[in-house]
Design a binder for this molecule. Structure first.
Ligand code: KG4
Ligand code: ZN
Length: 350
């Protein structure tokens, strides 16, 4: 079946066309129009500016996605759109556009939870045959940090989550403290990866909740530790070596905790697959460390990590989640009228 995926929950206007048959996926087009430069001067995403930009871009982006795929609206079998969570003004542009096109083209519409999309980004991979249930998912994004168990498709049990900041949020806040600009995560990662290895400043940060018996996380204190350390000697902020060492220690602290808890959760729940999902899955250190750690500690478990293109916000992940939701629907009759009352996963507690 042919699916148009749409995503406008934050600062990316995205449209993709996917051909999916028997769970085998072909991404015919994947267009992402980023607003990074627009928001950079504000140090973060401004919701109303994002909405205005989505409004300007959404139809050209959809048109380009269809054109690149060589498909016409009448070829489509389904439209899938992110309808939460995210910035409300931004989400409204995507959902209103999707509803209008569904009405106009008489194509069924499905609303997708953004994090469900991130999880299903792993199902675009050509390693789909290795994706076996039960799955343990480590979700790391700007708004979510969770460990979830999936016994089957579209079923989620949260077994641990952050009690304060999400991991991406912590990366962004640390970038702000160190004046590295927006978007913060990639900037912190870049400095961390450039670390020479010489601990000139002897920076050590805590590994919050590493030893706690549950599978929860906490990153707020870690960010505060960075703040206090830099406040003590503000002149260090001018030194690239200091920034690099701080970023490296922060990234190591975060990845140490994320991975230790994932491995411990896996030992308890014995999943067949561990998957990584969310924007922070673009972090190279996390990708490498998780893969290695699964290989070393869990003999019969496959570790899957989304391709970089599908790690960050995109609409191919929304389209593929739409495919599995559609497949799961018992009664598809009358679905051409879903622009009135769309079937949605947005209320999931993910
Ligand atoms: O999933 P995502 O694109 O948006 C949400 O759904 O929240 O995640 C965005 C988050 C931001 O906090 C961003 O700083 C972080 O992912 N991020 C990274 C990297 N690339 C993006 N964090 C660490 N290292 C990266 N390479
Ligand atoms: Zn996201």
């Amino acid at each position: 079946m042919l699916i148009l995926g749409l995503e406008t929950s934050c600062d990316e206007t995205a449209a993709s066309v996917l051909e999916v048959e028997n769970d085998q996926v072909m991404v015919l087009s994947n267009i992402v129009s980023s607003q990074i430069t627009l928001h950079a001067k504000w140090g973060g995403v401004v919701p109303n500016l994002a909405a205005r930009e989505h409004l300007k871009n959404i139809l050209p982006v959809i048109e380009t996605a269809l054109k690149k795929a060589g498909k016409k609206p009448e070829n489509l079998d389904l439209i899938a759109v992110t309808n939460g969570p995210g910035l409300i003004p931004a989400l409204l542009v995507g959902t209103t556009t999707a509803k209008t096109l569904s009405y106009l083209w008489r194509v069924p519409l499905i609303g997708i939870h953004h994090i469900e999309g991130h999880i299903y980004a792993n199902f675009i991979s050509n390693k789909i045959d290795k994706l076996k249930f039960p799955i343990l998912g480590l979700i790391v994004s700007g708004g979510h940090t969770q460990l979830i168990l999936m016994q089957k498709h579209l079923s989620y049990e949260i077994i641990g989550e952050t009690v304060d900041d999400a991991v991406g949020e912590a990366f962004d806040k640390v970038a702000r403290i160190l004046s590295l600009g927006y978007p913060g995560g990639p900037a912190v990662a870049k400095f961390a990866d450039a670390f020479s290895g010489e601990k000139k400043f002897q920076i050590t940060l805590p590994r919050p909740m590493l030893k706690s018996a549950n599978f929860n996380f906490s990153f707020s204190g870690l960010k505060t530790a960075v703040l206090y350390a830099t406040k003590k000697n503000p002149e260090n902020l001018k030194d690239h070596n200091y920034i690099s060492e701080m970023c490296q220690e922060f990234q190591t602290a975060v990845t140490d905790v994320l991975i230790a808890k994932t491995i411990r959760a896996a030992k308890k729940h014995t999943p067949k697959t561990i998957l990584l999902a969310g924007g922070v899955s673009a972090n190279m250190a996390l990708r490498k460390k998780l893969e290695l750690s699964v290989k070393e500690n869990l003999k019969n478990t496959t570790c899957l990590i989304p391709e970089l293109t599908y790690s960050m916000d995109n609409s191919a992940m929304i389209a593929i989640a739409g495919y599995y939701r559609w497949k799961n629907l018992k009664n598809k009759k009358g679905m051409e009228d879903t622009w009135k009352n769309m079937e949605t996963s947005a209320s999931l507690k993910l």
